[in-house]
Ligand binder design. Structure first.
Ligand code: GAL
Ligand code: MG
Length: 993
């Protein structure tokens, strides 16, 4: 059996040279319409193929018996073969290049093809994506071999095809030499996962086509280079305007150009496309052309001479049911979600997507960083020295690009990426790959790239790990992942490099987060040389394992398949759930990157300054405007306003026709709506909002105190019993808080109230978590002392000292407490708290109440309606909201802290009949209403395993620390940590009947 897959010198056998992606048509109409499946020159070979799976290539029989069938395209792990494995950095096999593991699974595919060859035609068999490599046999004859999972492999099969019935056989190996270059953070799936088709081509057809555009004063040049076989007749080239008007036509053999006067330029905001047709006697090739120019000038990225900002995401081909196999419909669904959330850029992390992907990005308007299929991250694990000093990390990261065996493969992968997508306007940067270090292998590839396509920018983050002596001048931008805001400021303040900065990954969206989106955006807006960033990442990766009886999807992540090694839920780190339902992080990102922003100029009259953050569109062409005046949570005035014609990057002042009421908290909401229907975005779609405070005042809850004129106090050894006319409370001398609260004959607590400094760790807490648990925050015990009691006619006051500390650790907080209860049942708890400075910041500080399950209705004034934190509330508005414990639960696949609300003035938690508790504080506080305790959330690994809850948990926190993005990003910024050494907190609560 051939062993090309373990030989670095046989990357491809019998393949056609890489070329730009195009599908020929029989006529001009077909090529203009560009619906490839409608072309009679293309025969799609997708469908059910015969299949046989073997766990080991070495043990595969010479004659394969095909007993199964499998759909093409698909990945075999989704059809019950092999098993799933999620690995982030680690190679799932020993590092022993060029060899793969001894047990190398194989999927053998077979299909029949009845064919009639036409005179003088050539037949090309195209595989758009096969993981990891393929051996092709036709009618029992070996035709060729290819690797590079995410690039096209094409074979000229004319000579092996026979008239009549043919048998195509493809042996796909799970691992090959190329797997060392495909160590991307993903589920490791295998098979023919993209389309397979046969193209009929003329013997002397166009071999390649490269369109470049250049802008001049009021005109654009479209240059076309053709690769033609010797002696081929000159094709006719025609260029059409976006409206379909013929602009020019000429015969050309190799290269030619068109001049377009008054060109309609392509941008992500104005995706205007011209059409180029290349016509020979036998076929017509259509290519949409966007006229645009990207460059760097004075350290700023310019598109069509205008500074642009990327509001980007990293996107993998990933689906919980189809895995790597993504249809155009699935991609359009992703693009729709992106457009509707103001995203304008995609990095194809970390490999070329299907060849029609850039076509859709041209059409719908997205900037693309097109990444080559290269990642060798696993070398940092070869022999870990912990923590690895930077010099050593650079060395181990750069093993692959510094090992000559890999140089041809690196170049091949970069070339295949570039050739295939070279004609797309959307591609503004080529990325050499991801996390593969830096070395001669990449230098060679970058030199080739810059010579071959100087019209786009070269991107490569791995250059950060360049060894001394490497040529680090090759990439056109400085790309970083996950730097802190401080590092970014230092980059611009120190100006040691004049290249623009792009964050190819930032604000790691895993779990509850990201929490620092606005902090980064502030810097993106501040520095002209900061062209923006790409969130890691667009969607959660998971495998759908079925549904619960209630119809909830059950998702599996790393470790759910018995695999070794694996990286747990690190794949569940997107802005959307696997089914593309937005996480709250996406709502946050959407509003932070809103196209318009407002700042308050004056309150009376209410004047705002609107700034247009689009790079090309005038504000009134894309957005309409609504306003709401909100007094104490109630909308008192609202209406539509004319959006001023604010130029891109410009501002205008606008006076609002509102009357400030005499008293109360007053907020002004400005809501931006899409003006007309656009592709993927309906008219009237919310683009974002601003909320400006015209008057800060506390909003009081609409609660009436219980009737009551007198109060009594009884003391036992362990408790104080406080009773009024309509309530009885029991204060525990052990916990310092209520053991029970009963009002109107009903119990309001199902468990003793407690002080709470813990939260169910979020993914972003995972780095600080060891420090937190070391300090004992997860198991702090309370000790109270120095109790005094003072009973008056209408109120009772208890005072005590308390310490929170965990076994074998010193104190975490010390407090002085004063608990006053009056005859109406109203309680105020005044705390003066000291935090131990030697210990890490606290997750939260507050009081937790476990209430009867029936008390599951919440009404609050604060940031909502979705969860909000001190560093993650830009997608929410302050307002008056109604919710339930269940609705307030954000169902992260790995359960964690969720559903908190920042800056609350009050919260009322009641039964459907209105019986319950009302909670306020002296200053805005955080509150959380949940059907689950933090302990339950913490110990449950999958959302579908959360037990039925038997209570409603209400937490009222002086503060809840921010969420940040520390799961991969920098540590939580200081202002978002609960790290004060001393603070005061007064909480008031009273029953409502
Ligand atoms: C980056 C990497 C991504 C992903 C992310 C963590 O280092 O480029 O592929 O692994 O970290 O989710
Ligand atoms: Mg990686």
């Amino acid at each position: 059996m051939p062993e090309y897959h373990q030989n670095p010198e046989t990357l491809h056998i019998g393949t056609l040279p890489p070329r730009a992606y195009f599908i020929p048509f029989a006529d001009v109409q077909g090529a203009m319409a560009g619906v490839r499946d409608a072309s009679d020159r293309m025969t799609l070979l997708n469908g059910q193929w015969d299949f046989a799976y073997f766990p080991s290539y070495a043990a595969m029989p010479d004659t394969v018996e095909y007993t199964q069938t499998i759909p093409v395209p698909s990945v075999w792990q989704m059809h019950g073969y092999d098993r799933h494995q999620y690995s982030n950095v680690k190679y799932p096999f020993p590092y022993d290049p060029p060899f793969g593991p001894t047990d190398n699974p194989v999927g053998a595919y077979r299909r029949k093809l009845t064919w009639q060859k036409a005179e003088g035609k050539r037949y090309q068999l195209h595989f758009e994506g096969v993981d990891s490599c393929l051996y092709l046999y036709i009618n029992g004859t070996f035709v060729g071999f290819s690797q590079v999972s995410h690039s096209t492999s094409a074979f000229d099969v004319t000579d092996v095809l026979v008239d009549g019935e043919n048998t195509l056989e493809v042996h796909v190996l799970k691992w090959c030499f190329g797997s060392y270059l495909e160590d991307q953070d993903k589920f490791r799936m295998s098979g023919i996962f993209r389309d397979v088709y046969l193209l009929e081509r003329p013997a002397a057809g166009v071999e390649d086509l490269f369109v470049r555009t250049e802008l001049g004063e009021d005109q654009a040049t479209v240059s076309v280079s053709l690769t033609m076989p010797d002696g081929a007749p000159d094709p006719i080239l025609s260029l059409y305007s976006p409206q379909g008007q013929l602009l020019g036509q000429q015969a050309a053999s190799q290269s030619t150009s068109f001049i377009v006067e008054q060109p309609a330029l392509w941008t992500a905001e104005t995706p205007q496309l011209y059409a180029l047709l290349v016509q020979t006697d036998d076929e017509v090739i259509g290519q949409k052309v966007g006229l645009r120019e990207i460059c760097v000038k004075d350290g700023v990225v310019l598109l069509n001479d205008t500074p642009i900002k990327f509001r980007g995401v990293n996107r993998h081909d990933s689906d919980p049911v189809t895995g790597y196999t993504i249809s155009p419909q699935q991609l359009v669904r992703d693009l729709t979600v992106m457009k509707r959330h103001n995203i304008n850029a995609i990095r194809t992390s970390h490999y070329p997507n299907a060849p029609w992907m850039p076509e859709l990005c041209d059409r719908y308007g997205f900037y693309v960083i097109a990444e080559s299929d290269i990642e060798s991250h696993g070398t940092v694990m070869l022999y870990p020295e912990q923590p690895m000093p930077m010099e050593r990390l650079k060395k181990t990261f750069s093993i692959v690009p510094s090992t000559p065996m890999f140089y041809p493969a690196i170049l091949d992968r970069v070339q295949r990426n570039v050739h295939r997508d070279q004609n797309h306007a959307c591609v503004v940067m080529w990325s050499l790959g991801n996390e593969a270090g830096y070395g001669p292998g990449f230098e060679e590839a970058a030199r080739w790239l810059k010579a071959y396509d100087p019209t786009r920018l070269c991107h490569y983050e791995g250059m950060f790990y360049a060894l001394e002596g490497s040529d680090t001048t090759l990439p056109d931008v400085i790309s970083r992942m996950y730097p802190s805001t401080r590092e970014i400021e230092a980059y611009f303040e120190q100006k040691q490099d004049t290249r623009p900065l792009v964050l190819c990954e930032y604000i790691h969206a895993m779990g509850n987060g990201p929490g620092d989106v606005q902090d980064y955006q502030t810097l993106i807006d501040r520095y002209p040389g900061f062209c923006g960033g790409f969130v890691w990442e667009f969607c959660d990766h998971a495998v759908l394992l079925g549904t619960t009886p209630e119809g909830k999807p059950k998702y599996g992540y790393g470790g759910d398949f018995g695999e070794y090694p694996h990286d747990g839920n690190f794949c569940v780190d997107g802005l959307t759930y696997p089914d593309r339902t937005p996480h709250t992080g996406l709502l946050e990102y959407k509003n932070v990157i809103r196209p318009l922003r407002a700042a308050l100029v004056s309150t009376e009259p209410a004047v705002v300054r609107l700034t247009n953050h689009m790079d090309f569109l005038i504000a009134d062409t894309y957005s309409s405007l609504r306003y709401e005046l909100v007094c104490n949570g109630i909308v008192t005035e609202e209406g539509a306003l004319d959006m001023p014609p604010i130029p891109p990057h410009g501002s205008a002042d606008l006076q609002l026709p509102v009357q400030l009421p005499e008293t109360g908290a007053v907020l002004l909401n400005l809501i931006y709506l899409s003006k007309t229907e656009q592709a993927l975005v309906p008219a009237g779609h919310a683009l974002g909002f601003d909320q400006l405070s015209l008057r800060e005042e506390r909003v009081l809850p609409p609660c009436t105190p219980l009737p009551g004129a007198s109060i009594t106090l009884e003391e036992t050894k362990t408790h104080y019993r406080i009773a009024g006319d309509s309530f009885t409370y029991s204060v525990s001398k052990n916990s310092g808080l209520f053991d029970s609260m009963e009002a109107g004959g009903t119990a309001l607590l199902t468990a003793p109230m407690d002080y709470n400094i813990w939260r169910a760790p979020t993914d972003n807490d995972s780095i600080i978590l060891p420090a937190w648990t070391m300090a004992g925050y997860d198991r702090a015990q309370i000790r109270t002392s120095d109790w005094t009691a003072e009973a008056g006619e209408t109120s009772v006051t208890l005072r005590y000292q308390a310490v929170l500390a965990a076994a074998y650790r010193q104190w975490i907080v010390r407090m002085q407490a004063e608990l006053t209860v009056d005859a109406s049942g109203e309680t105020s708890l005044r705390l003066s708290v000291k935090r131990n400075e030697e210990m890490p910041f606290l997750p939260r500080f507050g009081v937790r109440m476990q209430m009867p399950k029936a008390c599951d209705r919440g009404e609050y004034y604060g940031y909502g309606p979705t969860e909000s934190y001190c560093d993650k509330h830009f997608g929410t508005k302050r307002g008056l909201y109604h919710t339930t414990a269940a609705d307030n639960h954000e169902d992260y696949i790995m359960p964690q802290e969720n559903g908190s609300h920042y800056m609350c003035d009050f919260v009322k938690v009641t039964t459907a009949q209105g019986m319950g508790l009302c909670v306020q504080a002296d200053a805005p506080f955080s509150m959380n209403l949940s059907p689950y305790t933090q302990e339950t959330l913490w110990e449950t690994a999958h959302n579908v395993d959360l037990p039925n809850s038997d209570c409603t948990v209400l937490c009222a926190d002086y503060k809840m620390s921010g969420v940040g993005s520390n799961s991969c990003g920098p540590e939580l910024l200081k202002p978002y940590r609960l790290d004060e050494t001393a603070f005061a907190f007064t909480l008031r609560m009273h029953p409502i009947l």
